[in-house]
Design a protein around this ligand. Structure first.
Ligand SMILES: *Cc1c(COP(=O)(O)O)cnc(C)c1O
Length: 452
């Protein structure tokens, strides 16, 4: 403690001595050689981090401006109970979301239980029997397979006579425009575009790419509804899908836009008629957006959105750091260390189960909550192999908080995301490397000579 204070007054570069920080890491179980290896990797990332901060700065201002223009007041932070008529905070928050995502309207509710629910709601409320949904970007996120009925499920769109068509991306990751043109037909009512790769190996789409795809589709079929699954993509760029013609932009509040504070919730931002349909489906025909008490959580929704640009930047820095660190150790990483980013997910392929398990255990050991728990691979409903998950989160299941998961099957890739603060993400990644070194899965000598 004294050392920290002395150093603060005497040094202009560094507020504390490198020994203090090394001692602190050592007390957290991270060795000097692991720390130093991380420091060398970080040395080359200054420019990347500067760019991430620039985007966060822009988006921070965008959120503040929206809150100011909507006249968010102290009264908005309170909640209603019961029916929730005239809930000022809820109605104002929806205006703020519409401004941030540049859409006509938005539905932002704690009654939307998660991202899958928000997507299902957007789909079911805007489709009618006989309509067809088209995914021009390949297979959608796992949980949507049951919503659509790709995997038969109770209550799926398929049960209501809504059909589904899919056009895969070409092998180089680009759109199959010819295939898309052929797939569009008289019944195509809605096109669903997933921004993030989710847990697949295809590239994540940039907002500009999504814009080009929407333009192509609207040229051929102007009345079709273009919906974007925006999960994990919010605030990664300065544009959002609403800026490039999306009719609905949909996501989860326990990912990026909740800023780690929202304890539940989802959003649908979009065209007035689309949002209206969703509201009538969420509550009831005739009631729509007018009911739905916000209870006591609006302050967390507002404050989470306020923090979201910076939280997303922290998660992005973590992803970039992990990509570069593991790439230099010789592992395959998606995206690569130098690629531009359109979401916060980082995949690292280890080619052996022990490393995947060690990685997840390292993430868990660095958590503020449940750090004493050791995650194990186990069978999970809905998965065809064992799965391991690491999450020591304040909000259960929140993946904007530092987390990792992996199916235990070849090629033994781990998916890593989140970090409410960059400092936590950094410590977590160093901890994963420490675990790999301790278990002999990365050799100590690699830390000295790996491509640096
Ligand atoms: C997380 C996610 C979902 C589903 O959200 P949940 O909150 O887990 O239900 C859908 N699509 C994508 C791309 C996601 O990343």
């Amino acid at each position: 403690m004294t050392e920290i204070m002395i150093q603060t007054t005497h040094s202009t570069d560094s507020a504390i001595s490198s020994e203090s920080i090394l001692d602190m890491y050592a007390s957290m179980g991270i060795d000097r050689n692991v720390y130093n290896y991380g420091a060398k990797v970080l040395g080359d990332l200054e420019e990347r981090f500067r760019q991430i901060d620039e985007i966060a700065e822009y988006n921070q201002l965008k959120v503040i401006k929206a809150m100011q223009e909507c006249q968010v007041s102290e009264a908005c932070l309170l909640g209603t109970t019961g029916y929730g008529y005239d809930d000022l905070g809820r109605d104002t928050l929806e205006k703020v979301y519409a401004k941030v995502f540049h859409t006509e309207d938005a539905l932002v509710r704690p009654q939307i239980t998660c991202g899958t629910h928000a997507l299902a709601l957007a789909l079911m409320s805007n489709l009618r029997p006989g309509d067809e949904v088209l995914s021009p970007v390949g297979k959608p996120y796992d949980t949507l397979e049951e919503v659509i009925g790709i995997r038969p499920s109770k209550g799926s769109l398929a049960e209501y006579g809504i059909t589904y068509r899919q056009v895969d991306l070409l092998t180089d990751g680009s759109f199959d425009y010819e295939g898309i043109e052929k797939a569009l037909n008289d019944r195509t009512r809605l096109v669903t575009i997933q921004r993030s790769k989710g847990y697949q190996t295809r590239p994540t789409l940039s907002v500009a790419q999504i814009g080009a795809l929407i333009a192509f589709i609207k040229e051929r079929k102007p009345e079709v509804i273009c919906m974007v699954d925006n999960c994990y993509g919010e605030f990664v760029e300065i544009m959002e899908p609403g800026d490039v013609g999306a009719d609905m932009v949909v996501g989860s509040l326990i990912k990026n836009p909740g800023g780690g504070l929202a304890p539940i919730g989802g959003y649908i931002a979009g065209r007035t008629d689309c949002v209206e349909n969703a509201a009538y489906r969420l509550t009831s025909p005739g009631l729509g957006k007018e009911v739905g008490a916000s209870l006591g959580i609006l302050k967390d929704f507002y404050q989470g959105l306020f923090l979201a640009p910076v939280v997303t930047a922290s998660a992005l820095k973590g992803a970039v750091f992990a990509a570069n660190l593991y790439e230099r150790l010789g592992f395959d990483v998606i995206p690569t260390g130098s690629e531009s980013r359109h979401d916060i997910i980082q995949a690292i392929t280890f080619h052996q189960p022990e490393s995947v398990i060690a990685f997840c255990q390292g993430i868990q050991a660095a958590a503020p909550v449940d750090s004493h728990v050791v995650p194990q691979a186990a069978d999970m409903p809905g998965y065809d192999s064992q799965v391991i998950m690491a999450a020591g989160a304040f909000v259960s299941g929140s993946s904007i908080e530092l987390s990792a998961d992996a199916p235990i099957r070849p090629p033994y890739a781990v998916y890593f995301q989140g970090g409410l603060t960059w400092q936590h993400a950094k410590a977590g990644i160093l901890k994963t490397l420490q675990f790999l070194v301790d278990k002999g899965l990365v050799e100590k000598k690699q830390l000295k000579c790996s491509n640096l």
